[in-house]
Design a protein around this ligand. Structure first.
Ligand code: A2P
Length: 272
């Protein structure tokens, strides 16, 4: 099944599902996970400097023999590298680890107070150089985005945030849509919280899918890009098998009711 793509505001096309790699630190586990992901059809891989696995992902992708142009690689600048003098050198180190001369998408990992504005200027320089085809942010709230949009030269293409049926963030989605920023959903399975929820189970039965697949399909229905993480071969395959069915209006209304502001990760809402 072909994976649909979404056009970002800079014309870069992003596959509408990516393999999340947070917490996959073990070398052989990481190599194996990427290999299985490629066999199952994933071409979009999401890593970060802080994940400690860029070098394994770089090796697995190189070893696969798949042409670079058919892959979509994202990494993120870690907060300790937000100083103006560190953004570009740390990015160079990421490229070396990833064994590539460009990434498809480079993100600022978190809205670090004060430093994030000068760090963004360095991101713009990186995009100008062609070494990141697209640049964006992660964990930004509406307030952080408004501030960035006021004085950026290049608009972020993406905001990667925690998003799932239990944390739907409709205002953020609406704001990003209006500004032409695509939302990527990390922890789209809420770290497996709620997979036994009866409403999810009912909808899953109706479509002959799993509850995890319903959670991931919801992300697609709201025009976001889910980044599920798994190291279990059957689940890696299950998670990408979400493009042969659609949720209907009634399903979406029922799923709307699951929103409970349930965060499994960072809460950036109090960051000034
Ligand atoms: P595992 O890696 O052992 O397969 P998220 O992407 O929301 O952060 O969730 C990741 C967690 O969800 C991991 O613990 C992962 O476990 C589990 N997981 C991933 N895919 C599935 C699935 N299809 N069904 C059940 N659990 C899953």
């Amino acid at each position: 099944m072909a994976i649909p793509g979404i056009k970002l505001n800079d014309n870069v096309s992003i596959p509408q599902i990516g393999l999340g790699t947070w917490q996959i630190k073990d070398e052989s586990k990481c190599l194996e996970t990427i290999k299985i992901g490629l066999e199952d059809g994933y071409r979009h891989f999401d890593t970060a400097q802080i994940y400690g696995n860029e070098q394994f992902i770089g090796r697995a992708l190189k070893d696969s023999g798949i042409s670079r142009g058919d892959l979509f690689i994202t990494t993120k600048i870690w907060t300790l590298n937000f100083l103006s003098s560190r953004v570009i050198p740390s990015f160079d180190a990421s490229l070396t680890k990833l064994q590539t001369d460009y990434v498809d998408l480079l993100l600022l990992h978190f809205p670090v107070p004060k430093l994030r504005h000068s760090a963004w200027k360095k991101m713009e320089e990186i995009q100008d150089s062609g070494r990141a085809k697209s640049i964006g942010v992660s964990n930004y709230t509406i307030k952080h985005l408004q501030r960035l949009l006021r004085d950026c030269r290049i608009k972020p293409s993406v905001n990667q945030v925690e998003l799932h049926v239990f944390l739907q963030q409709p205002e953020l989605l609406e704001y990003c849509k209006a500004e032409g920023i695509i939302v990527e959903a990390y922890s789209p399975l809420a770290h497996s919280y709620g997979l036994d929820n009866p409403i999810l189970a009912k909808i899953a039965k109706k479509h002959s899918k799993s509850t995890a697949q319903i959670m991931l399909r919801w992300c697609v229905e709201v025009d976001t890009v889910p980044l599920p993480k798994s190291t279990t071969p059957e689940r890696i395959a299950e998670n990408i098998d979400i493009f042969d069915f659609k949720l209907d209006k009634e399903d979406m209304v029922e799923l709307r009711g699951l929103d409970s502001n349930h965060r499994t990760c960072w809460d950036p809402t109090r960051i000034p």
